[in-house]
Design a binder for this molecule. Structure first.
Ligand code: PLP
Length: 442
């Protein structure tokens, strides 16, 4: 890296972090505010600080040289929280790094967020956030169901530390949500309201606007009000923007649509600077930041995020229309098929701009039929996960949700005839041909 800039003011001793960013960042052209897709190509990176390299190099280093002892002290004041706002410069790769910071700046753009953090996995993002917010005796209120590892984290791991939880079903009404939050408030300090929408694998949407109204009604004292966090892995960041609906923190498994090629594992959180600050401190302490190489891969992924997600969404609409009319199909759990006058459709219209590309296919029959279908697929791959360029299919009851007790499985509609499909960016006609021949084999 060639950087001849001589620090002149106190703000300049921030080092590479502050000078790495183009000054001023180009966020508009004339009156036109640039869209996230445009900004993904160059935002937060100045090629002239890296020998003119069009793309950011991968910064494989464990530590960063300070320009002066005073700069080092100032950075540590930020890292340790002595001074709010985090570090102004690069310090040590457990805290920050150029690839991760560029990625954070770009990820935040999609959600219209002030700040963002990236992590080594979706679960490390969720765990770091929860560890930062809870203490013994606290209560977490959450929507149900949650991704199985998140349920384990809340129930079994935080439970060991004296944290309890109460839940409400994903599709609950405002009154039902209010009753659960009020019960939680009577039980202890409510540390967090944690949502996942749409729920996996039922696709039920949570009314985030209603949750925010309930929180604001029940916690008039802002000091006591718990933050609302939402796992936006399934529809974000393209098809829904929960910060605009009243959430404070948005959590991602970047392994899915954001990474989008099934070749990395990473996580992210976006939100206001104030909401992110304690999570950054926890990440600095326990070291759950993503590595520079994965961060670089994600920068590349974000350049095509809108293209990939739009195509996958269009493909899913065509594939679901095919499944809906097929005689061997009982029903299709797809957000594009919600009955017009249903509460779920109302939540969808208020929160979402697209139905996504991950849905539930209910075949006529049971496990035998699901397995016959999955084993006959020739283009779609039989694998768990979602949001990649390739189409994946799996049977939640026998795979991802195998450990869920049978009673809870049937309560949540996780039946043996349910096949979960994540549609990719292949040719839609080819996918339909594959699904058609697989159904013929059932
Ligand atoms: N949240 C949801 C909704 C998920 O589906 C997953 C993984 O499948 C996770 C979180 C965990 O993400 P990761 O596997 O990146 O840790």
């Amino acid at each position: 890296m060639t950087d001849q800039t001589v620090p002149e003011t106190e703000a300049d001793i921030g080092g590479a972090t502050t000078r790495r960013r183009p000054k001023p960042a180009v966020l508009e052209v004339g009156d036109r505010k640039l869209s996230p897709s445009t900004l993904m190509m160059g935002h937060a990176f100045d090629p002239m600080l890296s020998e003119g390299s069009l793309k950011p190099p991968i910064f494989l280093t464990s530590t960063f040289v300070f320009e002066s002892a005073a700069a080092g002290k100032r950075h540590f004041e930020g890292v340790t929280g002595k001074r709010p706002g985090g570090s102004e410069g690069l310090v040590y790769s457990r805290f920050n790094g150029p690839n991760q910071e560029i990625l954070e700046d770009r990820l935040g753009i999609w959600d219209g967020a002030e700040d963002a953090l990236v992590f080594s996995s979706g679960m490390s993002a969720i765990a770091t956030m929860m560890l930062a917010l809870v203490k013994p005796g606290d209560v977490i209120v959450h929507s149900a169901p949650l991704y199985a590892a998140t349920e384990t984290l809340i129930g079994r791991i935080l439970g060991r530390l004296g944290v309890t939880w109460l839940d409400f079903p994903a599709g609950a009404t405002e009154a039902e949500i209010e009753a659960v939050v009020a019960r939680a408030k009577a039980q202890g300090r409510v540390a967090l309201v944690y949502l996942e929408s749409p729920a996996n694998p039922t696709n039920a949407l949570v009314d985030v606007e209603a949750v925010a109204r309930v929180r604001d009604r029940l916690f008039a004292d802002a000091e006591e009000a718990p933050p609302i966090a939402i796992d936006n892995t399934f529809l974000g960041p393209l098809w829904t923007r929960p910060l605009a609906s009243g959430a404070d923190l948005v959590v991602y498994s970047l392994t899915k649509y954001a990474g989008g090629h099934s070749d990395l594992v990473a996580g992210g959180i976006t939100g206001s600077k104030a909401a992110i600050a304690p999570i950054r401190m926890m990440r600095n302490t326990i070291g759950t930041i993503t590595d520079p190489h994965s961060a670089w891969m994600l920068l590349r992924s974000l350049e095509t995020l809108e293209l990939r997600m739009s195509r996958a969404g269009e493909n899913a609409a065509k594939v679901c229309a095919f499944f809906r009319d097929h005689p061997k199909v009982e029903s299709v759990g797809y957000l594009g098929f919600l009955p017009e006058d249903s509460r779920q459709a109302d939540i969808y219209r208020r929160h979402c701009t697209g139905a996504g590309s991950t849905f539930s296919l209910y075949l006529k029959g049971g496990e035998r039929e699901s397995f016959a279908f999955l084993d006959a697929l020739r283009i779609a791959k039989l694998a768990v996960s979602l949001g990649g360029t390739e189409t994946l299919a799996s049977c939640p009851a026998a795979m991802t949700h195998l450990s869920v007790p049978d009673a809870r499985k049937s309560e949540l509609g996780i039946t043996a005839n349910l096949v979960r499909i994540s549609v990719g960016v292949e040719d839609a006609g080819d996918l339909i041909a594959d699904f058609d021949q697989a159904l013929a084999a059932v």
